[in-house]
Design a protein around this ligand. Structure first.
Ligand SMILES: Cc1cc2nc3c(=O)[nH]c(=O)nc-3n(C[C@H](O)[C@H](O)[C@H](O)COP(=O)(O)OP(=O)(O)OC[C@H]3O[C@@H](n4cnc5c(N)ncnc54)[C@H](O)[C@@H]3O)c2cc1C
Length: 416
């Protein structure tokens, strides 16, 4: 996978793919003085893809790809794939049924098809292609839709904004200038592999999550600049209400290689935790149907005791790490002091994963190492649904890297 991560990073206008403590050297900064390994913590970093045309925005691929016209690409919009047709044994792709928003249906006969409909929809479409095959396409072993994972997210504590400023020095965004471009890295703390192995825990990482005040001057300025303000007078007052904050933000950015400081309501310490692949955590088809008559996905998303135990271990380690850095530990969530793990409240992170998982053994996975459906010629899958496990990291860089790898495979393979 490694070369594909570099190609994916270039496509997404990211900086170097360095997400561990080696980044401190690239940043030209000393690592923090504490000894995180003592508590079984490692440094980790996230990176966010910025739009090259507008560095104030996150990257959205659509406009960039539309601008790259290619003679061998034809894009159909308002065209929903509603059924994958195979031969009677379900061994070979025959055609795709495609329906427009107005209900007109056409048939497309491709050599190969790559399903790239997202972590839920890939599985839903295979399951719903069930006119000939009652279990759906590629589902001889009843594995499609199973092992649904996400990154359960919860809070490990909170800081009041004033105290939070100290912690932000350690865990706020860092700016890396690389080949003439600015790249932002968000630092975090993750359970080390040794600790995960030693205590049989999952991967889990904590990061700071800013909750900005409604009258944050920078956000107000951004709304005014982008002509998106709902209230010009209020935003104009907010934008110039705190010149010291603006000045210190500019100094931090220009001289310190750090992000600007915002006016905050509160600063949370959030974490994302890996999940145990559980066959009972799954997508099935519900009785309800969408406008095009396709069965809607029913999700049974399970979070196990191990996820809860892992989060608690990270919460304690994070608080210990802050103290060893001479920083305050966050105000803990209600469940932490008494260790009431059942009371941890999670949300998902919109990272549905694992529902067409990869395994060389068709009895254990839906796709093979080339992302081809086991036992069905001509059907491939791209997206996080093929991940067998999800670690703690956001999925999109890996999705893009695997898509490039699949594209190379399709170019090389004789698929007629
Ligand atoms: C609010 C939010 C924030 C996120 N933040 C991050 C982040 O910071 N970092 C990160 O790595 N990830 C993030 N994610 C996750 C990220 O969006 C996904 O990992 C990524 O979009 C998955 O890409 P994909 O192309 O596989 O699927 P999608 O982006 O879901 O694209 C699938 C496409 O297929 C189309 N489609 C579906 N079914 C059919 C059908 N039957 N026929 C035709 N077309 C169909 C859909 O309309 C859609 O356009 C975030 C997600 C959300 C919702």
């Amino acid at each position: 996978m490694l070369p594909y991560f570099d190609r994916a990073a270039a496509l997404m206008h990211l900086g170097p793919n360095v997400y561990d403590e080696a980044l401190w050297t690239l940043l030209g900064k000393d690592p923090p003085k504490s000894n995180p390994r003592h508590d079984g913590l490692d440094a980790c970093f996230w990176q966010f893809a910025r739009d090259p045309g507008n560095p104030m925005e996150f990257l959205r691929f659509g406009p960039h790809f539309l601008a790259r016209e290619a003679a061998n690409i034809q894009i159909l919009v308002n065209a929903t794939v509603t059924h994958i047709n195979t031969d009677p044994n379900g061994r070979k792709l025959v055609s795709l049924e495609v329906t427009s928003a107005h209900g007109r249906t056409v048939s497309i006969v491709p050599n190969v098809v790559v399903l790239a409909a997202g972590g839920i929809e890939n599985a839903r479409l295979l399951l719903a292609s069930n006119r000939l095959l009652p279990n759906g396409v590629g589902n001889d072993n009843d594995l499609v839709g199973r092992f649904l994972m996400d990154h359960p997210r919860t809070s490990l504590g909170e800081y009041a904004p004033r105290i939070g400023r100290l912690v932000e020095e350690r865990l706020g965004l860092f700016l890396l200038k690389h080949n003439g471009k600015n790249h932002f890295y968000s630092p975090g703390l993750a359970l080390s592999p040794a600790r995960q192995r030693g205590e049989r825990l999952l991967n889990c990482a904590a990061y700071l999550s800013e909750h900005r005040a409604e009258d944050d001057p920078w956000d107000a300025m951004k709304r005014l600049y982008k002509r998106q303000s709902q209230n010009y007078l209020r935003d104009s007052i907010s934008a110039f209400s705190d010149p010291r904050l603006l000045m210190s933000g500019i100094c931090r950015r220009v001289m310190g290689g750090r992000n600007i400081t915002h006016k905050l309501d509160r600063l949370a310490v959030d974490c994302l935790v890996e999940q145990v692949p559980d066959p009972e955590s799954r997508i099935t088809l519900s009785e309800r149907r969408d406008e095009l008559g396709l069965s809607i996905a029913h999700l049974q998303w399970k979070i196990s005791e191990l996820e809860r135990r892992t989060v608690a271990a990270l919460a304690h380690a994070f608080a210990g790490e802050m103290i060893s850095l001479g920083l305050p530990s966050p105000t803990p969530p209600d469940w932490l002091p008494g260790g009431d793990l059942d009371a941890i409240e999670f949300t998902d992170t919109a990272h549905p994963t694992g529902t067409t998982r990869m395994d060389e053994d068709r009895n254990r996975g839906v796709v093979d190492r080339n992302c081809q459906l086991h036992g069905v010629g001509g059907v491939f899958i791209a997206g996080s649904s093929v991940f067998p496990t999800a670690s703690h990291a956001n999925p999109t860089l890996t999705i893009v890297a695997m898509a490039l790898r699949l594209a190379d495979h399709l170019k090389d393979a004789d698929l007629r």
